[in-house]
Design a protein around this ligand. Structure first.
Ligand SMILES: Nc1nc2c(ncn2[C@@H]2O[C@H](COP(=O)(O)OP(=O)(O)OP(=O)(O)O)[C@@H](O)[C@H]2O)c(=O)[nH]1
Length: 277
């Protein structure tokens, strides 16, 4: 698994965009009504000061004039500018959550990207440990993807990635987390899933992709298979995401070396060799 190939649309974005997101996050923390009130207070104070200056320079003839002018000038200004600020802050907040969503999603397949997977998986692993639940992680890699790109072109390769993620999603539960790790590699976190169930599920994923060994992409038949490595933690067992990824990766490497188009499960293999001994 290439550890140095993160995929995020924001890793290449400009500093300006990052600053914009930071500013909008700070505003969001305060909330639109508080920001608007603060802004309106500044506008009121400013326009009151200007009105007072105007009155002083022009020498208001009567106290009544001074009272009405100081009330009528700042009030509409505050309302207009306060309203504009409120609308702008709401628009800013919407664009911020849209940007956050983009930063966590793989642009090609629409599934979570590596960053989102890492955040969610760490939390799920901690929860599994705290509640004594099993958990499994699958590392899925398209076989000989380079040949697909070379034979059909990059656009078809991209469509294959989309179709593989779609097929996987159809097999998985809504609580399972499928993400694109990078390139032609996907990772799947299976909360509350013992290792033998994870192995069976991985087999179903493999068959779902290889079903009739044919994917129709842009009206062209493309033969696709995947290899899957599985790793798991037993109830109460402590593990880090890095350790799980490494074990799943080693299992994937084994599946590739054993001929591809197969599942290799670290826990399942250990159990089998234990039973044989
Ligand atoms: N179309 C397309 N290709 C990609 C993308 N990301 C990575 N690739 C290609 O995926 C290929 C991966 O090739 P390899 O790492 O050699 O692996 P492989 O050909 O799948 O071989 P095995 O994994 O050993 O079965 C490379 O040619 C990359 O250019 C992408 O987003 N779209």
């Amino acid at each position: 698994m290439p550890a140095d190939l993160p995929y995020s649309p924001f890793e290449s974005s400009s500093d300006l965009l990052r600053r914009w997101r930071r500013l909008s996050r700070a505003i969001a923390r305060l909330g639109a009504p508080v920001c608007t009130l603060l802004f309106a207070a500044c506008i009121s104070a400013g326009s009151l000061g200007l009105t007072a200056l105007f009155l002083k320079l022009n020498g208001a003839s009567q106290m009544g004039d001074a009272f009405w002018i100081s009330l009528l000038v700042p009030l509409p200004m505050t309302l207009v500018f306060g309203g504009i600020t409120f609308v702008l802050i709401i628009a800013l907040e919407n664009s911020r959550s849209h940007l956050d969503q983009l930063a966590m999603t793989d642009a090609l397949t629409g599934i979570p990207n590596r960053r989102r997977f890492t955040l969610t998986a760490r939390r799920e692993i901690e929860l599994a440990h705290r509640h004594h639940l099993p958990l499994a992680l699958l590392s899925l890699d398209i076989d000989r993807f380079k040949l697909i790109n070379d034979a059909y072109g990059h656009a078809v390769g991209d469509q294959v990635l989309v179709e593989v993620s779609r097929r996987c999603r159809r097999v998985l539960r809504t609580t399972d987390i499928l993400a694109r790790w990078g390139g032609e590699e996907f990772v799947i976190l299976l909360p509350n899933t013992p290792s033998d169930h994870a192995h069976q599920l991985a087999e179903r994923l493999r068959l779902a992709v290889a079903k009739s060994h044919q994917l129709l992409v842009q009206q062209q038949p493309v033969w696709v298979t995947v290899s899957i490595g599985a790793a798991g933690i037993a109830p109460g067992e402590a593990a880090t995401l890095e350790a799980l990824l490494q074990t799943a990766d080693e299992a994937l490497y084994h599946a590739k070396n054993s001929g591809r188009d197969q599942v290799f499960s670290a826990a399942w293999a250990a159990k089998r060799s234990g039973a044989r001994a």
